[in-house]
Design a protein around this ligand. Sequence first.
Ligand code: 9G3
Length: 583
Amino acid sequence: MHQSKLLLPTMREAPSDAIAISHQYMLRAGLIRPVASGIYTYLALGRRVLHKVAAIVREELDKTEAQEILMPAMQPAELWEQSGRYSVYGPELMRLRDRHHREFALGPTHEEVITSLIRDEVSSYRKLPLLVYQIQTKFRDERRPRYGLIRAREFMMKDAYSFNTDWESLDRTYWQMYEAYERIFTRCGLTFRAVEADAGAIGGEGDTHEFMALADIGEDTVVTCTECHYSANLEKASSRPPKVAASTDASSREMAAPVPKPEKIHTPEIRTIRQLTDFFGIKPDQLLKTLIYSADGQPVAVVIRGDHEVNEAKLKNALQANHVELADEETTRSITGAPVGFAGPVGLNVPLWVDQEAASVRSGIAGANEQDYHLHNVHPGRDFSLDRVGDLRNVKEGECCPYCYGELKFYRGIEVGHVFKLGTKYSEPLEASYLDKAGQQQTMVMGCYGIGLSRVLSAVIEQNHDGDGIVWPFSIAPYQVHLIPVSVQDPVQCKLAEELYQRLSAAGVEVLIDDREERPGVKFKDSDLIGIPVRIVIGKQASEGLIEFKERKSTVQQVLTIEEALSRIQELVKANTSDREII
Ligand code: 9G3
């Protein structure tokens, strides 16, 4: 491609509202342009990268006998009413009416559409397992679109769905897709972790793993063990107490002196953890923090140690609720009779959910449910009920791995893939069933598997850039070679550049030639910005048949003959585009 013909509007500065480096470089390198908040046009360079990522996805999925189909974006509301999800999703689900005023949704995902298709077309076990996928635009009306393609309102997703006869068959398909994802993200040049993820409160779902590309801008927290392969989304991660001498375990708790009755202490304006630990001269782990939540609109009290934080995903699962959120100030006041900071578990008449480590505090300090008063000597089980105890908290960095006592470390991650065992969550309500060998009607067991293609672009840039711009991995770069004649006025340079362009293109190498009448400095700055892996500069030494060779990821520039440069390029192309298996 001749750059003088390419719409490639590079910018020296990114707009101030672009916070993420990947968003800044996508705008500055002319990959995307905003149409509205969270809605983008992909210009030529951006589309070429997206297309390469999609090609890798197709290659790896087609190896697994998955078949590619294409479903509509417009989905009749009836399907979502049958699955029961039409009312569950709020403003995030884009809704519209057709000319007959019939209701539709713009698809954020396609479980309903695909399940109704398979229900109508498949009825025998002989046709299962069936694995279909599509690469298609998704619509989710995010409240706060941000970070460019990381959280967009219209984005490209590969979504796959499997229909299995039973859970055992689903398990095989699930791990087959999991391994395909490992190959896909490796080939895209991403550093990633597959983490155990929260399967959501609604029953009928099994395992689920998220593929997280490690990046500081990532919205998710990945918890990883330093010793073993344990890796989990913070929403799901657990830990266990360190191995300690037997003397301080639960049994010694019983032997210790009985805890005196709770006593009210006047604590004027003492409400924060910090103020309480100073006032009582205790550590935060002796505080019994009580938070009032609203779970699907019903109030509940959550009791947790002062040094821990509530994990709302775990709480939601424990409560089997669709939605949980902290109650507002006046709800807290009306339920506890006191402002936030003086709430406590003793004498509350709402359901009490206690984190398991708060439950094993022997004698704690808690709010007295009275302004400016706290209780000490509060003994869980005696002074408040332990009928509902569970793991309701976030693990903390440095705690022990639940499997091997290794140390848990936190990383930020961008979720680029997600594999789910759905079970019968959709096949049940949509009545997708099949006749088994014995002629019995059985409900299909499903899995679903997503990759955020546009998010992969952002994640790759977050992990592959420097101060001058993007450093594309060869496998998904928009072009493979950037040919730069320093001066298009010089006939020798131009002639050589065009010759090279023809030879490389004829050899199947993807070349962008910067034939613009621009100063060299502008050409080099743009070249660093758009991040094409190999740069060939044709300058003064062109008359001696010598050119400058440089890889974008290295600082080394070499003066080579044409033939030397061509063979270096052939090597790089060969090494980077064969779909090499991951050993
Ligand atoms: C909605 C809206 C947003 C959503 C969903 C539904 C996320 C929704 C989860 C999934 C599960 C998998 C197939 C590909 C992989 C992910 N956001 N999810 O179901 F109506 Cl507005 O999409 N689907």
